[in-house]
Design a protein around this ligand. Structure first.
Ligand SMILES: [Zn+2]
Length: 255
C-alpha cells in the first residue's frame, strides 16, 4: 500500500500479508532474520524506497529516535546485528524506541505493526519525516506528541506544516480492552456496548495529532481494521501467533 503518493520527494508504503512477516526483533533467530531482511528488501524495492533501513526494536515506549544526516550509529556495536543488503544499503536496528525521525536522504525509517497503528509524518516545508508505532501504551504516554516535538527540535518543523497518515490498525469494531485501559482514554474515543469495552485507536491518534497542533485537513485515516481484513493484514489479536507476525511501514526521502 503506497502512502503520500502526491508528495514528489517522498516514498512511503505499508507492506501487506502477501509480503510476508517482516517483523525483526532482538529475539528473532538468525536464519529467520536473514529471510525477513530479504523480504524487507524485496518490499522496499517494490515500493521504490531505497537506501539503508533503520527500524527500532519496539517496546511500546514513548521514545522517538533521530536518524541524523550521518546515519552511522556506532558501527562497531551495530556491526554484529547489521546485515548487508548490498554494498550501498544496510540495515540498522535502533534499541528501545517506538518512533524514528529523519531529514537525511538515503535513510529509510520504519516500524512494524500488527494491530498497533503505523503513523507517518511528513513536513513538506522542511522535508523531514517520521515513522511511529502507536499502540495504546505509547499513545497514552505521548509517543505522537514526543515525535512531533522531536521534529520541531531537530528540524524546526512547525506542526501546522505536517501531513499525517494513520494506517491500518485494529479498529473500534475489534479493539476490546479491560476496564483499566478503557478508563485511560477520554470518552470521545471509547465505546461501551453489550459486547464489552472498546477503544477507537485511529481516532485517538488523530486527536493526539490535533492536540499537538496538526491541522485536521492534513490528517488521513486509512480506516482498514487489521482484524477484519484477514486477507490483507496480520493481526496479533486475531491470529495470536507464538511468533509475532507483522507488516513493515517505511518511508524515505527520495534522493
Ligand atoms: Zn475489525
Amino acid at each position: 500500500m503506497r502512502v503520500f503518493s502526491d508528495i514528489s520527494w517522498l516514498r512511503a508504503a505499508l507492506s501487506e500479508r502477501a509480503d510476508g512477516n517482516l517483523r525483526i526483533g532482538p529475539d528473532t533467530p538468525a536464519a529467520e532474520k536473514e529471510k525477513r531482511e530479504s523480504g524487507r528488501r524485496t518490499f522496499l524495492i517494490q515500493a521504490g524506497i531505497s537506501g539503508s533501513l533503520f527500524t527500532p526494536f519496539l517496546t511500546h515506549s514513548n521514545r522517538a529516535g533521530v536518524v541524523s544526516d550521518l546515519p552511522r550509529p556506532d558501527l562497531s556495536k551495530q556491526s554484529e546485528r547489521a546485515e548487508s543488503f548490498s554494498a550501498t544499503a544496510q540495515h540498522y536496528y535502533i534499541q528501545d524506541a517506538d518512533a524514528l525521525i529523519t531529514s537525511a536522504k538515503g535513510a529509510a525509517i520504519g516500524v512494524t505493526v500488527a494491530d498497533c497503528a503505523p503513523v507517518f509524518l511528513a513536513d513538506e516545508k522542511k522535508k523531514a519525516i517520521g515513522a511511529v508505532h502507536a499502540g495504546w501504551r505509547g499513545l497514552t504516554t505521548g509517543i505522537l506528541e514526543n515525535t512531533i516535538a522531536a521534529l520541531e527540535q531537530a528540524f524546526g518543523s512547525a506542526p501546522a506544516d505536517l501531513r499525517a497518515w494513520i494506517g491500518p490498525c485494529i479498529g473500534l469494531c475489534h479493539f476490546e480492552v479491560g476496564g483499566e485501559v478503557f478508563e485511560i482514554f477520554p470518552p470521545e474515543v471509547r465505546r461501551r456496548t453489550a459486547a464489552g469495552l472498546f477503544v477507537d485507536l485511529p481516532l485517538a491518534c488523530r486527536n493526539a495529532l490535533i492536540f499537538s497542533g496538526l491541522l485536521p485537513e492534513k490528517i488521513t485515516i486509512d480506516g482498514n481494521c487489521t482484524y477484519c481484513a484477514r486477507d490483507r493484514f496480520f493481526s496479533w489479536r486475531r491470529d495470536k501467533p507464538e511468533d509475532i507476525q507483522a507488516m513493515l511501514a517505511a518511508l524515505a526521502i527520495a534522493g
